[in-house]
Design a binder for this molecule. Structure first.
Ligand code: ZN
Length: 329
């Protein structure tokens, strides 16, 4: 690991125009977060990383997480495993918003179970492939009385279809969701419920993958998702900061771009493991999350417009009007 002065000399060199000829374009879109020069970013990373807030690094299947927040249980949800309930502030905010929205529309539900999110510093987490960068969440469906519980099979007999649909709908309409994984048998039950409640069929067909009507549906089938659903959010801020941080450290090979997360994890198993939260620890995690090729590094997130229905059904519109008049919780 480079001592601090060498680190700073390299970064100062970069900021002064990269005289040795290594050219890394710095023109990534930055409108989603406050403008921050490479030098500012490097300064923050090395002197006061907590000031940056959450950074989502790399990709969901090969990434890391810096300055994560831990999801806590509430009246409306229950965290199953606190040690794997870490995420970016954006992910937690989206999750809380969708569940709170559902609970207000359909009071009296059981607490929703929140399963694995990420580990505190992200990276590999068994038995998942993703969940590495603070943007993925496993959570339960809403079940009928007598079937509540984490990891219950969702069936005609057990699934609370109206509440579960309201939850999925809230993810689509109230958050910047990137994808939702739901077994297609459960998708069919939710789709039927939505259609019966008056939702627009064309809109439903654009979000439900089992209908095979849209090239990029938000809700996709994945094996194993009859007992829970998996939600991945865009994190405009944390992804943008993560991209900038990778850029700041990757310039001039300051962060070698070839280290795999697995090899880093093995290395971290030795007694040389840096102290959690130390600068060395932070740099190690940043290095682990670097894409293999710096030139084709992970870009900041470009969040597409939300896929909203053409109009809210009357009952939901009325409920929304009521909610807007109610005092904030
Ligand atoms: Zn998952």
């Amino acid at each position: 690991m480079l001592p601090v002065p060498a680190f700073w000399m390299l970064l100062a060199c970069v900021s002064a125009g990269s005289p040795s000829g290594v050219s890394v374009p710095l023109s990534e879109p930055r409108s989603l977060t406050e403008p921050r020069s490479t030098l500012e970013m490097a300064h923050s990373l090395t002197t006061d990383p907590a000031s940056l807030g959450a950074l989502s690094l790399g990709r969901p299947n090969h990434g890391a997480l810096v300055n994560a927040a831990q999801m806590a249980s509430s009246d409306d949800w229950e965290v199953v495993s606190p040690s794997t309930a870490w995420a970016t502030a954006e992910t937690i905010r989206y999750l809380e918003r969708a569940i709170t929205h559902t609970a207000k529309l359909h009071p009296g539900a059981h607490r929703l179970h929140i399963g694995d999110m990420s580990r505190e510093h992200g990276g590999p987490i068994r038995p998942h492939r993703s969940h590495q960068s603070g943007r993925d969440v496993d959570l339960g469906y809403y079940y009928l009385p007598g079937s509540e519980g984490w990891y219950q099979l969702a069936s005609e007999r057990t699934l609370d279809r109206s509440r579960s649909w309201a939850l999925v709908r809230a993810f689509v309409t109230e958050t910047d969701v990137e994808l939702i994984l739901i077994d297609q048998r459960v998708q069919r039950m939710l789709y039927d419920e939505a259609l019966a409640s008056g939702e627009d069929m064309a809109w439903l067909d654009s979000i439900f993958g089992f209908r095979k009507k849209h090239p990029e549906p938000l809700i996709r089938h994945a094996y194993g998702h009859r007992t829970h659903l998996h939600v991945r959010f865009y994190n405009p801020r944390a992804q943008s900061l993560g991209s900038q941080a990778s850029e700041a450290l990757a310039i001039r090979g300051l962060v070698p771009a070839t280290k795999a997360v697995g090899s880093l994890a093995r290395k971290n198993g030795t007694r040389n493991k840096p102290a959690p939260g130390s600068r060395e620890d932070l740099l190690a995690r940043l290095r682990a999350a670097m894409p293999k090729n710096v030139v084709t590094r992970v870009s900041a997130a470009v969040v597409p417009p939300r896929r909203l229905p053409p109009a809210y059904p009357g009952a939901i519109a009325a409920a929304r009007a009521t909610l807007q008049q109610a005092p904030a919780r």
